[in-house]
Ligand binder design. Structure first.
Ligand SMILES: Cc1cc2nc3c(=O)[nH]c(=O)nc-3n(C[C@H](O)[C@H](O)[C@H](O)COP(=O)(O)OP(=O)(O)OC[C@H]3O[C@@H](n4cnc5c(N)ncnc54)[C@H](O)[C@@H]3O)c2cc1C
Length: 457
């Protein structure tokens, strides 16, 4: 029984948002039935993206709709509002929400009052002022980017196969990835593997005609798996002819030429930017405290410091790591923490509503697994180091156990099983991004290359 009626607003439908709302609707079942509690989830997409599966989606090993979890189905006791929080006035307990209809309505967004706030908008790519990057680069955080990149890579192979101009061919077959963390290394590993396989269906594109380049500013990649396994990952990628350049930065990609700090220049039509993330810019449009790096300052109980009834976790939150030997350390922005924090956060909201004492978030980082392509991987978990096939297998088993809902698990497993029986899919469906092109041409107009605006039908 809660002390007062509570309207809980969850901003974000990712790891933290979805798992928090899921646990709240389970733990507050009776209160929801009695109308004492109301949970609203505001998020731009009607699905949660299981980001660790994006590299496999890019490689075609998992179809895009199985990498996402439909929020309306999973959060059947919550109100799911598709839109973005554009500002939060916590002093007045109100959030401003822009929905898909806001522009047409012309009213400047809905004001949504709440009693408890969960702020979990995650992070966005940290883009540096590199000339040409904003025009030619692509990130790797969303399912749209992963599938767009897959289509793009196959399209480049088609361009290379159909041109007689060596300069166009060279640029089409050069793929530059910047950032040696999870996202960059896994995306490159999976896409290179897929393109190498696809090359067998081209009469004039050989795997060795392609240049795959990984640019990393520090002296190692995959810091999450430790130094030794990071070194192994470099050796494994280089063995596959991938040009790994450590202590190197991208200085420009203007005019479609990637210029690196070591003086190398690569004409290319593909620059994938995965050089880190920063907290979501919406945090700056709130009256809540952020630290120097723009993350919400949180207590170990996951409330936002100096406030009442405001909570945060995940990539957007600076949560003290109470297990660290040195004081002042924050939990790293990763799924391992996000998932566990969501559980404690939901429980603490329930405790707070019932006037019970709060729990402290405490989790020592267990290590990580990363895939480097089909049957290749690297892992460092609970002190155990694995590489090659066993690490790849562990990567799949771990993420299969973690992907939300039994339905998704069964579908992903079925896709892997089928992929083991049949050949890999190598088709590019880039034209899906321009669904009206054919009709416009038939109508006598010039087909527009712009994709339809998000949310339009
Ligand atoms: C390719 C890739 C691979 C990864 N692999 C791993 C891995 O193997 N292991 C691991 O531990 N971590 C991994 N991570 C990191 C992990 O996915 C993130 O740390 C985790 O998603 C953070 O959870 P979150 O809820 O804070 O943010 P997210 O899951 O990003 O969720 C944020 C949500 O908020 C929504 N949102 C944004 N702005 C607004 C707004 N204004 N209003 C309302 N909603 C908003 C977003 O649309 C999104 O739904 C990977 C990340 C990527 C990109």
């Amino acid at each position: 029984m809660v002390k007062e009626r509570a309207r809980i607003l969850v901003v974000g439908g990712g790891y933290v948002g979805m798992y928090t709302a899921l646990r709240l609707q389970r733990r507050l079942k009776r209160e929801l039935d009695r109308g004492e509690v109301e949970i609203t989830v505001v998020t731009p997409d009607p699905y949660m993206t299981y980001q660790p599966f994006l590299p496999e989606a890019a490689a075609g090993a998992i179809s895009p709709r199985h990498v996402v979890v439909p929020l309306r189905r999973v959060l059947d006791r919550c109100r799911v509002l598709i839109g973005e929080a554009t500002a939060v006035d916590h002093a007045k307990r109100t959030a401003t929400i822009a929905t898909l209809a806001t522009e047409e309505e012309g009213t400047g967004g809905q004001r949504l009052p709440y009693d408890e706030l969960v702020l979990a908008p995650g992070s966005v790519s940290r883009i540096l002022p590199v000339p040409g990057l904003a025009d030619h680069g692509i990130g790797f955080k969303t399912v749209e980017e992963a599938i767009g990149l897959r289509n793009h890579v196959i399209e480049q192979m088609d361009i290379a196969s159909s041109t007689r101009d060596p300069a166009i061919r060279d640029a089409a077959l050069t793929f530059v990835f910047v950032g040696g963390g999870f996202a960059g290394v896994e995306a490159l590993g999976e896409l290179e593997d897929m393109a190498r396989y696809a090359a067998r269906y081209y009469h004039n594109v050989q795997p060795d005609d392609m240049k795959w380049i990984l640019v990393e500013a520090s002296d190692r990649i995959l810091p999450e798996v430790g130094e030794e396994m990071g070194r192994y990952a470099v050796t494994e990628l280089r063995r596959r002819n991938i040009d790994v350049r450590l202590q190197t930065r991208l200085e420009s990609c203007a005019d479609r030429v990637a210029v690196l700090s070591d003086g190398a220049r690569f004409p290319t039509r593909t620059v994938v930017w995965t050089a880190g993330v920063k907290p979501h810019p919406v945090l700056a449009a709130t009256d809540l405290p952020c630290n120097g790096r723009g993350r919400l300052t949180c207590t170990p109980e996951l409330s936002i410091e100096g406030t009442t009834h405001a909570w945060a976790a995940g990539d957007a939150a600076a949560v003290p790591d109470v297990t660290a030997a040195e004081p002042g350390r924050e939990c790293a922005p990763n799924a391992q923490h996000a998932l566990r924090q969501a559980k404690v956060l939901a429980d603490n909201i329930v405790h707070s509503l019932r006037g019970e004492p709060l729990q402290t978030y405490e989790h020592a980082y267990a290590g990580s697994v990363a895939s480097l392509g089909l049957h290749k991987g690297v892992a460092h978990v609970y002190g155990r180091k694995l590489k090659g096939y066993p690490a790849w297998f562990m990567h799949r088993a771990y993420h299969l156990s973690r992907v939300p809902t039994f339905n998704r698990k069964a579908r992903v497993l079925a896709e892997w099983a089928l992929a083991g029986l049949f050949k890999r899919e190598i088709v590019s469906l880039g034209s899906l991004e321009h669904p009206r092109a054919e009709f416009e041409l038939a109508a006598g107009g010039k087909p527009s290359q712009d994709p339809p605006p998000k949310g339009s039908s």
